[in-house]
Design a protein around this ligand. Structure first.
Ligand SMILES: [Zn+2]
Length: 249
């Protein structure tokens, strides 16, 4: 097995171990479609799947899944022989079989408490299993076993779990603090902001229509008139007198 593929499988399995409590030997629940594909592609399930998962595997099936394969007749006779080698896990439908896909779905509901890995070639069943948290799915792509990556449902459930753990830890710490008198009731509550008036910087000043700044341009009859200072004109003879006085000094 290529190193990259091995790392991927290890990563996925670690996720299921850490987040959903999967343990070895892994319990792989096998249906007739998987056995049939293995036979067609000359895959030895008992050898190749443990090698792919890099650990011990216990192969199982259910009464319903076995009945379904048997009902398909001689064409899948070889698959039936393989499937019959596996231990039957109680599914609760013994004596009154239901379709294999529905049986497998019932085995993994409520977060897959028995930690089954489902081995099936049924694409529709794979899709439905991916909607449930904590259900690994394995199938054969010709001669290559493939473990599907953890589904969105599994990742979401993990996130929820870790949030709950963080909250529980916080509650415990608060309780310990309280017992030791380190926590004052309501001290860590965020302070309520006092209601203040609107931000004065964001408010425009109201203009007083009666008070008009006279230094600003006056508007008369729609024309803008500039207020200017009157120029003081000095008579010519006074100017000359002043110049003479300066020169004489
Ligand atoms: Zn069943």
């Amino acid at each position: 097995m290529k190193i990259r593929r091995y790392k991927k499988v290890s990563k996925f399995l670690s996720f299921y171990k850490n987040s959903f409590g999967f343990k070895t030997p892994y319990q792989v629940l096998v249906d007739g479609t998987f056995c049939y594909a293995a036979l067609e592609n000359h895959i030895n399930i008992a050898n190749d799947i443990p090698r792919y998962l890099h650990d011990e595997v216990k192969f199982l099936t259910t009464y319903c899944a076995l009945i379904e394969t048997e009902e398909l007749g001689k064409q899948v006779g070889g698959a039936k022989v393989i499937q019959k080698q596996y231990a039957l896990h109680k599914c609760g439908h013994e004596g009154k079989a239901i379709p294999g896909d529905k049986c497998f779905l019932s085995m993994v509901k409520k977060k897959n408490p028995q930690h089954y890995i489902i081995a099936t070639q049924d694409k529709d069943l794979q899709k439905r299993l991916q909607r449930l948290p904590g259900v690994p799915v394995i199938y054969l792509n010709m001669k290559t076993p493939i473990l599907l990556p953890p589904s969105h449902a599994s990742e979401k459930a993990t996130q929820k779990q870790s949030n709950a753990v963080v909250q529980a830890q916080k509650t415990n710490i608060d309780l310990m603090k309280k017992q030791k008198g380190l926590l004052v009731e309501g001290a860590d509550k965020p302070k309520k902001r006092k209601l203040k008036g609107p931000n004065p910087l964001s408010c425009k000043k109201k203009q007083n229509p009666t008070k008009v700044d006279e230094s600003i341009n006056k508007v008369e009859d729609g024309k803008v008139e500039k207020r200017s200072r009157k120029k003081i004109r000095i008579p010519k003879h006074v100017k000359e007198l002043l110049i003479n006085n300066v020169n004489n000094q």
